[in-house]
Design a protein around this ligand. Structure first.
Ligand SMILES: [Zn+2]
Length: 504
């Protein structure tokens, strides 16, 4: 595939503004004047410690709610022949997990062995529903910069930020944690190996431009802004040959090259189809899944991105560690300019923003986990397949396969099933799969179509992985959600009976 897009882009040059604050109000000139050094021992002056604390508490709490399931079931299994088993089991479940087990499954324990795989799947699904409901009802990951973000992005010369990361669960926190962007304002679609679907991206681009043209949202079509498409590949600095991208056989250069090829193919397709005014900017990002630092590959003036030429945010973190905030920000801008002299002022502003945000995340990993995450490999708790999953903003929680049909996404689902065959099936635990289709409630019959999608994908999973299905190792929860409202997910079906009702 050619690396060079067919058309050179007309790039607007805009004056650069200071890097924005992560949170409005955080950039206080009086504060800067009264504390010009703003350096605290052991603290990075560009790190947002308040936000780090909030994000860590949330991540810990949610992951614990999933990780407590197996130890709790072991405790329950140990007492299953005791008298008054059901009452004792419910007491253990309530105190460890915060909810009761289904009576129907516990009631059979005295005649037969407790059905642990079934109970495990039920608990994972129930925990998922509780977590998802909290996300939509209480907005625990709301972003202080949410309202200003669209205006900020436009001031950088973009009207849309569209990111396609790898489906690997170790990238699921890319938007809200690694880049610290408001998840509601950024489009995310995940694909194995970041090999995003060109046609789907073209559809989204058309929809975006149509909205600008017809409704002036998020800005008018006449405004000189561009559609920013980002592909995110990944690699492992601790164990590069084993813990890189499974979709590319842990070959980092192949992972990066394939992501880049997709970006060029997307841009070429748009420019060939729509020509003038089909303004797209590309960005390639590589995530070190062990430290959450980034390699940022920016385009030159001809729109060409080099795989060898990138900004390493880990180095920027180290080089700004002893600087005060203003000097640190200045250093970042200078670094971008020296590595990418062709970069537009808008792109520099945007990149400086995400570099500063990423410094908080690098510090987050260092302070909470040390030199790297303890779970450098896969440790996802379940597979998610379909369209939606806005609530999944945590690392290694869910393997995500964005799909309309299993047939079109076999690469993604095969990788997911392979990962979970190692994580769960080897230990005698089933693979929990949440099939989810979000729909637009104002569109007639959209809910019905979402339900049919769920049913069809569920059937396809069972047919494609028939051996696992026959062994009872595939457990499926089907949910839909009206994404035009703040509503919770709606449970359509569950392979584990009794079907939970989603109320807590
Ligand atoms: Zn991957």
């Amino acid at each position: 595939m050619p690396r060079r897009p067919l058309h050179r882009s007309n790039r607007a040059v805009r004056p650069i503004a200071p890097a924005p604050c992560r949170r409005p109000g955080a950039c206080n000139l009086d504060e800067e004047k009264s504390n010009p050094s703003n350096i605290i021992e052991g603290h990075h002056s560009l790190c947002d410690y308040e936000e780090n604390k909030r994000l860590y508490e949330y991540e810990e709490r949610i992951k614990k709610s999933f990780d407590n399931i197996v130890p709790t079931l072991k405790n329950i299994a140990a007492i299953q022949k005791e008298s008054n088993f059901e009452t004792k089991a419910q007491e253990i479940s309530k105190s460890s997990l915060g909810f009761e087990m289904p009576k129907e499954i516990l009631a059979n324990a005295w005649v037969d062995q407790l059905d642990m795989p079934k109970l495990f799947a039920w608990c994972v699904f129930h925990t998922y529903c509780r977590f998802s409901n909290e996300f939509y009802a209480e907005a625990p990951l709301s972003h202080d910069f949410e309202k200003e973000f669209d205006g900020f992005v436009q001031s950088c010369g973009f009207h849309t930020v569209d990111i396609s990361p790898c489906a690997d669960g170790r990238l699921a926190h890319l938007i809200r944690y690694v880049l610290r962007l408001p998840h509601k304002n950024v489009r995310r679609k995940s694909y194995a190996g970041a090999m995003f679907d060109i046609d789907n991206s073209i559809e989204k681009w058309i929809e975006t431009e149509m909205l600008r043209f017809r409704e002036g949202k998020p800005n008018n079509a006449s405004d000189n802004t561009r559609y920013l498409k980002i592909a995110a590949y990944h690699f492992s600095s601790v164990d590069p040959t084993n813990q890189g991208c499974a979709a590319h056989g842990s070959d980092d250069s192949q992972a990066a090259a394939c992501g880049l090829d997709r970006l060029y193919a997307f841009k070429t397709a748009i420019e060939n189809s729509f020509c003038c005014g089909a303004s797209i900017d590309l960005l390639l990002i590589g995530l070190d899944t062990d430290t959450d630092s980034l390699k940022i590959h920016m385009p030159d003036s001809g729109g060409i991105i080099s795989l060898e030429h990138f900004i390493d945010t880990k180095k920027i973190f180290e080089n700004t560690d002893s600087l005060n905030r203003e000097s640190g920000r200045q250093f970042i801008i200078e670094q971008i300019r020296s590595i990418f002299p062709d970069a537009t002022e808008g792109m520099i502003k945007f990149i400086a923003y995400i570099i500063e945000n990423n410094i908080s995340q690098i510090d987050y990993v260092k302070k909470n986990y040390g030199d790297s995450y303890p779970d450098i490999g896969h440790a996802e708790r379940f597979i998610g397949a379909g369209v939606g999953f806005e609530e999944i903003q945590l690392r290694n929680l869910m393997y995500f396969a964005y799909l309309q049909t299993v047939e079109e996404a076999v690469a993604d689902t095969d990788v997911g099933i392979k990962i979970f065959s190692g994580l769960n099936v080897k230990k005698g635990l089933p693979i929990p799969i949440v099939i989810r289709f979000d729909y637009h409630g104002q569109v007639p019959s959209a809910r019905d179509r979402a339900i049919k999608h769920c049913q069809r994908v569920s059937r396809a999973f069972k047919e494609r992985y028939v051996k696992l299905e026959d062994q009872g190792m595939l457990q499926i929860l089907q949910v839909v959600r009206d994404c035009n409202s703040d509503a919770a997910i709606e449970i359509i079906n569950c392979s584990v009976t009794p079907v939970m009702n989603g109320e807590h």
